[in-house]
Design a protein around this ligand. Structure first.
Ligand SMILES: Nc1nc2c(ncn2[C@@H]2O[C@H](COP(=O)(O)OP(=O)(O)OP(=O)(O)O)[C@@H](O)[C@H]2O)c(=O)[nH]1
Length: 389
């Protein structure tokens, strides 16, 4: 089932990246970040021993940090589900290392050292990670706790030196001020994110059925057509329209009409693959974009969906049916002519009696076009015969 899970519809849902997709991205980032961090820490540890460039505390902590980060990388690679724990441990290790190294410098060399070294830029990574790991509120608390520790260290330096190590004090004050600005900027963006996601949902989904709307469908289709063209992959579209839907509204009321639209959407979703997209194309007209499916399979797929809709009962009284038109990508197709072929096939299905699945028939294409333009749906057997002649 492709898009049953969210009110966003299939296409839009993928844009908003459901939690598991977001976790996959986070896992990739964590694997890359921790392996680079591990290697960088071990390299720095070697330099400490060889050149003696770093704060002496580095000599003890860096090998531990580097080894643990590499072990966490392996653990995450083998067990993806450990991500929430591993990212918290990585944040804790990084933050503890940075604070310990800074505390060592301020406690042991309050007079003997100049401004803060470049290592302290990494505090900003700690804040960034906090906002990736926790909710905005919790990340704000965690990051402010780290900044409070920086403030305490700055005060300590000021008191211990009687304010005489100006360069160290100035750089610590800068670090605290920059941390506060950075944390609140992140906090504001983190709060905007859900609103942005909601706006996307509204812009790209159909409020009645929850599936993607036409604007989103056109975007998705353009993407799939480009993919089919570039990689020579099959692509089909299935356009279906509910039969005599006006009668449903007229006889049972608009509310039942709406319930039919929702029931049909729900039933169709049950049969979609993860790759497929379902969109509301117009009033009672829907479009399915089915990548990796050629025409014969798309016809079978349409037939399965047709049967599924025809066994529905809505409100105990309404038994909807739908007419389906199937078209598959051909070299040189554009979005427009692919949909036009599906549309012609759908009108052929209407004119041949409804509740059926059709593909475009070359010999009747011109006639079906005419029928579409002049008589949106041929109603009688005479109409059918006229089209078939
Ligand atoms: N309840 C409801 N009705 C809708 C909605 N959107 C469109 N419709 C109705 O769908 C009906 C479409 O009617 P027609 O275009 O005449 O088509 P039809 O009656 O289905 O006939 P055929 O397509 O030829 O089988 C109209 O009465 C529209 O008002 C909607 O969101 N809710």
């Amino acid at each position: 089932m492709a898009d049953g899970g969210t009110p966003l519809g299939d296409g839009a849902q993928r844009q908003e990246a459901p939690p598991d997709a977001f976790d996959r991205i986070k896992r990739r980032m964590a694997l890359l970040g921790m392996s680079c961090g591990g290697i960088a820490s071990l390299t720095a540890a070697v330099l400490v021993h060889r050149v003696g460039l770093f704060n002496p505390v580095d000599a003890r902590i860096l090998p531990l940090l580097g080894t643990t980060l590499l072990l966490l990388t392996v653990a995450l690679w083998r067990r993806p589900l450990l991500l929430p724990w591993i990212e918290r441990i990585a944040w804790g290790l990084l933050t503890a290392y940075l604070l310990t190294a800074l505390a060592y410098k301020t406690f042991h060399y309050p007079f003997g050292s100049g401004p803060l070294g470049a290592r302290n830029f990494w505090f900003f990574l700690s804040y960034l990670l906090a906002f990736l790991i926790w909710s905005p509120r919790n990340a704000l608390f965690a990051s402010l706790a780290v900044t409070l520790a920086l403030v305490i260290l700055a005060l300590w330096t000021g008191i211990a030196t009687g304010g005489r190590n100006v360069s160290l004090l100035a750089s610590m004050t800068q670090l605290v001020a920059a941390s506060i600005v950075y944390i609140f900027t992140h906090f504001s963006f983190a709060q905007l994110r859900p609103q942005y996601a909601r706006m996307r949902t509204l812009a790209f989904s159909d409020p009645l059925t929850g599936c993607a709307n036409r604007r989103r469908a056109e975007e998705l289709l353009a993407h799939e057509v480009t993919r089919a063209k570039r990689y020579g992959r099959p692509l089909s579209v299935i356009l279906f329209d509910l039969d005599h839907f006006k009668q449903v509204n007229d006889q049972h009321g608009h509310a039942i009409g709406d319930a039919v639209l929702r029931a049909v959407t729900h039933a169709v979703r049950e049969d979609l693959r993860t790759l497929d997209h379902l969109a509301r194309w117009g009033g009672e007209e829907f479009l399915i974009i089915a990548p990796e499916i050629s025409q014969p399979r798309a016809l079978q797929f349409g037939e399965r969906l047709r049967k599924r809709i025809s066994v529905l009962r809505v409100g105990g009284r309404v038994q909807p049916t739908a007419s389906f038109g199937v078209a598959s990508y051909r070299i040189g197709d554009t979005v427009d002519n692919l949909v036009q072929r599906a549309d012609r096939a759908m009108y052929l299905a209407k004119s041949l009696g409804r509740n059926r699945v059709e593909q475009e028939r070359p010999q009747t294409a011109a006639q079906t076009n005419e029928a579409h333009d002049e008589h949106p749906a041929a109603e009688t057997e005479d109409d059918q015969l006229a089209l078939e002649e």
